[in-house]
Design a binder for this molecule. Structure first.
Ligand SMILES: Nc1ncnc2c1ncn2[C@@H]1O[C@H](COP(=O)(O)OP(=O)(O)OP(=O)(O)O)[C@@H](O)[C@H]1O
Length: 227
């Protein structure tokens, strides 16, 4: 469902040019769980951002369900992104002044839904991640693992086909990290495609496929479990 053809990305600042990705060819099929691994600065987050339509490649093409997005305008891309992808980050990115339920509703504000419908979907998403009893808390009243669950609820509330997670367990201890992995594996088993950046080899061995990145290039793949 996601195809990157010959994708390169260069970051330019006043003085420096960084070739962050070089000639990437990558396909992710519906239902897969893919882990992107590689040393710091090798281009993993850049790759995840291109897959999730948060950024555009300098060269090459990105296709979602057979449609090349290169010719799409920014508004069309934003709508496609909102419907296709849910995002989870290492540092949760919850809004501290909003209650848990209101954080989870945020991605739905861009859809034409009533307040009641938004609340119902947010409740369902929070129940799905095991936080049905914490809806009226504020983020700082929750543990790190619980905050990441709220972030996952926010990522899945709009029923995206694909979850993109950038080091989702990076700020958690190993027990909480393993619980977040359990949840991501469960969502994948229920049909959500997952692409995750991780530095943790043990974690990566639980997913379907490991894609290794080095110096802006794909340098190896391991198929571990069938999708
Ligand atoms: N906005 C930016 N402007 C300029 N250079 C950037 C920008 N974002 C990333 N880079 C550079 O591009 C390269 C790839 O960065 P990226 O964040 O994708 O790596 P990463 O593998 O995710 O690293 P880490 O594991 O440390 O998060 C690095 O050399 C980085 O310094």
């Amino acid at each position: 469902m996601i195809r990157l053809h010959n994708v390169s990305k260069t970051y330019r600042t006043d003085k420096v040019e960084t070739l962050a990705l070089k000639d990437i060819d990558l396909a992710v099929e519906r239902g897969e769980f893919v882990a992107l691994m590689g040393p710091s600065g090798c281009g993993k987050s850049t790759l995840l951002n291109l897959i999730g339509l948060l950024d555009r490649p300098g060269r090459g093409s990105v296709e979602i369900d057979g449609a090349a997005i290169g010719s799409y305008g920014d508004k069309t891309v934003a709508r496609l992104r909102n419907r296709t992808f849910g995002f989870v980050f290492q540092s949760f990115h919850l809004i501290p002044d909003l209650r848990v339920i209101d954080n989870v509703e945020l991605p739905l504000l861009y859809r034409s839904l009533s307040g009641g419908e938004r609340r119902k979907l947010a409740r369902e998403a929070l129940t799905r991640v095991g936080l049905g009893a914490r809806m009226d808390h504020f983020p700082n009243q929750l543990s790190g693992g619980q905050q990441q669950r709220v972030a996952i609820a926010r990522a899945i509330v709009g029923r995206p086909h694909v979850l993109l997670a950038d080091e989702p367990t990076g700020n958690l201890d190993s027990k909480m990290g393993a619980e977040i992995m359990d949840l991501l594996l469960q969502l994948n088993a229920e049909g959500t495609t997952v692409v995750m950046v991780t530095h943790d080899e043990q974690e990566a061995r639980r997913v379907g496929r490991i894609v290794r990145v080095f110096d802006g290039q794909l340098v190896g793949q391991e198929q571990l479990h069938a999708a």
